[in-house]
Design a binder for this molecule. Structure first.
Ligand SMILES: [Zn+2]
Length: 207
């Protein structure tokens, strides 16, 4: 693949000018329709007659793909306030900032649910534990990449999870056990997840 740089010149057909034109490579902000995002600094070939973007070289596609993958969905689930307490305790346990930490924590567990049925089954089982059974007086809202959610939801359905809130409740209980802020007879924390929680806390504790 030829790597182009700003200022390079080439030729291409311009749809506006309806002819073969000279082009110049520039960095421009490209607007995507789905998701509706503006991707800055994309190298494009610009018609030297009319200024229209006429081509996007192959080297720019990873930048555009990354933006497409970042399509995010907003997510709101009602949970018992006790689970909100648990999330705050977990954040304190790792000296993390609660707001930044809880979203990352849930996204991490969701990505694991999307990767492996064993984790999904654990989450399903924990969602049914007494700790998760309080009245839904609290709520949690987060943004998550659509692809992460779709993968998690596919596996969650496969293991018999019926509601989105079940996934989130199960995850909070799992994180409470893994971090050590909660104990439940017969339930073991996961060392792997505990390590991950510590890493997430570090990654989200920037001031
Ligand atoms: Zn043109």
């Amino acid at each position: 693949m030829k790597l182009w740089k700003e200022g390079d010149r080439s030729r291409a057909v311009c749809e506006r000018c309806k002819r073969l034109v000279g082009t110049r490579f520039e960095r421009r902000t490209v607007k995507l329709e789905r998701p509706a995002v503006a991707v800055p600094d994309v190298l494009v070939a610009v018609c030297t007659s009319c200024g229209e973007t006429v081509a996007i070289p192959a080297q720019s596609s990873p930048r555009l793909q990354a933006a497409r993958r970042r399509e995010a969905i907003r997510f709101e689930v009602r949970i018992p306030l006790e689970l909100d307490d648990a999330l705050r305790l977990i954040a304190r346990q790792f000296a993390a900032r609660h707001e930044a930490f809880e979203g990352s924590l849930i996204r991490y567990y969701l990505s694991k649910v999307g990767e492996d049925e064993e984790t999904a089954r654990r989450i399903k089982e924990l969602a049914g534990s007494p700790l998760a059974g309080g009245r839904n007086t609290g709520r949690i809202s987060l943004r998550i990449e659509k692809s992460t959610w779709d993968a998690a939801w596919t596996i969650a359905r496969k293991v018999g999870i019926k509601r989105k809130s079940e996934v989130i409740r199960g995850i909070v209980i799992a994180a409470a056990l893994d971090s050590g802020v909660a104990t439940e007879a017969g339930r073991k924390p996961s060392l792997e997840f505990k390590k991950a929680l510590r890493t997430i806390a570090l990654a989200t504790s920037a001031v």
